[in-house]
Design a protein around this ligand. Structure first.
Ligand code: HEC
Length: 150
């Protein structure tokens, strides 16, 4: 066998190997990466202006990149995103209008995507949140509000 034939044979084995690995990865029943990618897009488009590219917080907004923040219930994160938040009452900057987070102007699928992105990025944890989960949290939250109004 000439050197060149051996080289071609070796190269095709490598390509076969890569192809097989790609097929195995593609068959894994994990959440499609498009969800997290969409979450990253939403973050870049909308959240970054207040929370910064690394979650460090811009202009006095609380940082969201400390891991313990992500130990709490996921429901409260979704509620914050869907309905907004006010700066915490222990801060002296409560009167600063900039420090209010408005409800995000995105649909349930995007709220789910950005939630998955946040957990993956700031907690290093893969979770599967979809639009149905977001809807369920919203329904529970609304029921609580109605209960309180009675
Ligand atoms: C206009 C500015 C602004 C934008 C835009 C914004 N936020 Fe916020 N966010 C805030 C403020 C202010 C708070 C309340 C911080 C505090 O408690 O002091 C907050 C709170 C949060 C919290 C809860 C932190 C905690 O202490 O529990 C999370 C999580 C969060 N934001 C994520 C996001 C994500 C994700 C987006 C984009 C979809 C986003 N925010 C868009 C300003 C913003």
């Amino acid at each position: 066998m000439t050197d060149i034939t051996a080289l071609i044979r070796r190269a095709s084995l490598v390509i076969l190997g890569i192809g097989t690995a790609a097929a195995v990865i593609a068959m894994c029943p994990t959440r499609p990466d498009t969800t997290v990618r969409r979450g990253a897009e939403v973050y870049q488009e909308y959240c970054i202006r207040c929370h910064g590219d690394a979650g460090q917080g811009v202009g006095g907004v609380r940082r969201i990149n400390d891991r313990h923040l992500w130990n709490g219930p996921i429901d409260s994160v979704i509620v914050t995103l869907a309905y907004g938040a006010k700066a915490r009452r222990d801060g002296s900057y409560l009167d600063d209008r900039r420090l209010t987070m408005p409800p995000i102007p995105y649909g349930d699928a995007d709220i789910a995507a950005v939630t998955s992105y946040l957990y993956e990025t700031f907690k290093g944890r893969r979770i599967d949140v979809d639009a149905n989960d977001v809807r369920a949290v919203k329904d529970r939250h609304r029921a609580t509000l109605l209960e309180r109004m009675r």
